[in-house]
Design a protein around this ligand. Structure first.
Ligand SMILES: [Zn+2]
Length: 426
């Protein structure tokens, strides 16, 4: 294969005129204590970021802070809990006076990612900040307070070719896991992330980032996602209507994206067998396959593809360990060959994306994979075709469609919805 010169862009662009999505934003609150310094003597200012798995105490040691009181303060029982599990890259600002006393320490309490997989992702407009301050250097004690500061929300666009494993590419572009996982969910019904990204595939995405001062502290949702694979182009815009205020993803033409209503039972998966007639791997004869098989290592998490209720779970013949979920309107899904179950009870309500078990090879199975079926009133449907989501309208019309088109134009005008990347073969 000849070497390719690949042009890609990486932009950080201010959020200009889309109040529909984000609402009014204002400048960060100032902490009173901060003003106290300006009239005082010389201080050293530090700006740093927590390293991966570094505690605040370790960070202060790294900065050679010798003020014993700050170390005692961060061990204080009221504070210590809040300092657990801080995210890498949490920005820290510190002022230290000529005597080595900490005069100000400012720390946004950003957490390592732990959001529920399918909760609507709200970018925070306020963010908790822990502020330590000392009024003067004449032996006055260190005080602390929690303030809620207003964030500044920006849309950030990133694009790049896929020149390796999906998550490696995301890491190299410094795209947080919470965002890259959204990306896989948006396209999980349409793209095979292992096989379809090999040849001249590229992506672009625009997502919300909340900043305190100049430091990113949290991410929100993807507003526009684009995936170009050889010969195919996939796009998704997040949008909400009067009738659906939680918002969902639409194609540029205003059609609800399937992945939004029925999701893949496994993130980042490889389909190994299609729905319909196939050669039975055990008998060698043709049979009708009532579901799809998805290859994944033993122990991979299996998730409910739509909200519903546990109808049954247990060991059953060919299926091995199997979970059946009822979704209303006659829909049922089946998840077979599991190695074990999540903590389930019969009739338990499940959210979409809830963990129900783990991939295995129990029952009549030739290796670890998930056998997944979707039925309506008992009749097996091809999950690939029927991920269209029940009886809800699937296409924006009238005013909704007009406003959606306007939203797309305004993203384009701000260069936040990219054109495809160019591949120049040299
Ligand atoms: Zn199967």
């Amino acid at each position: 294969m000849p070497p390719r010169r690949i042009i890609w862009t990486k932009k950080v662009i201010g959020w200009l005129a889309l109040p529909v999505v984000i609402g009014a934003l204002s400048c960060a609150n100032r902490v009173n204590a901060q003003n106290a310094f300006d009239a005082q003597g010389k201080t050293d200012d530090y700006s740093t970021e927590l390293r991966a798995n570094e505690t605040l105490g370790e960070c202060l040691v790294r900065l050679k802070i010798t003020d014993g009181e700050i170390y005692r303060a961060i061990e204080h029982i009221d504070i210590a809990d809040d300092l657990q599990g801080l995210a890498a890259n949490t920005p820290i600002r510190l002022k230290v006076d000529a005597e080595g006393s900490v005069r100000l320490l400012r720390l946004p309490l950003s957490r390592r990612g732990s959001s529920e997989p399918d909760e609507p992702i709200q970018v925070p407009t306020k963010f908790p900040v822990l502020v330590f301050s000392r009024e003067s250097d004449r032996g006055s004690g260190l005080q602390w307070t929690y303030v809620q500061e207003n964030t500044r929300v920006q849309a950030i666009q990133k694009s790049a070719p896929f020149d390796g494993n999906f998550f490696n590419v995301m890491d190299r572009q410094e795209i947080p896991d919470a965002v890259s996982e959204q990306f896989t969910r948006i396209f999980s019904g349409t793209v095979n992330f292992s096989n379809d990204l090999r040849h001249q595939a590229s992506f672009s995405m625009t997502y919300e980032v909340a900043f305190l001062e100049d430091s990113p502290v949290a991410t929100g949702k993807i507003l526009h996602a684009r995936l170009d694979t050889s010969g195919h182009q996939h796009q998704a815009y997040w949008w909400k209507t009067q009738a659906n205020q939680t918002g969902r993803y639409y194609s540029p033409e205003g059609e609800i994206l399937s992945a939004r209503s029925w999701k893949s039972p496994i993130l980042y998966s490889r389909k190994t067998s299609n729905f319909g007639m196939r050669l039975d791997p055990f008998t060698g004869s043709w049979s009708n396959h009532q579901g799809i098989d998805i290859g994944a290592p033993s122990g991979t998490e299996v998730r409910a593809t739509q909200q519903g209720k546990v109808k049954a779970f247990g060991y059953e013949g060919n299926y091995g360990n199997v979970v059946v979920i009822e979704h209303g309107n006659g829909f049922e899904t089946t998840y077979a060959h599991l190695s074990r179950f999540a903590n389930l009870t019969t009739q338990q309500s499940l959210k979409q994306g809830a963990l129900i078990g783990y991939v295995g090879t129990t029952g009549r199975s030739s290796g670890p994979h998930l056998h997944y079926e979707l039925r309506r009133y008992g009749k097996a449907l091809d999950p690939e075709n029927t991920f269209q989501g029940g009886d809800a309208p699937t296409q924006l019309t009238g005013d909704d469609l007009e406003q959606f088109k306007q939203f797309q134009r305004s993203l384009k005008n701000q260069n936040l919805a990219s054109e495809p990347l160019h591949f120049n073969n040299n």
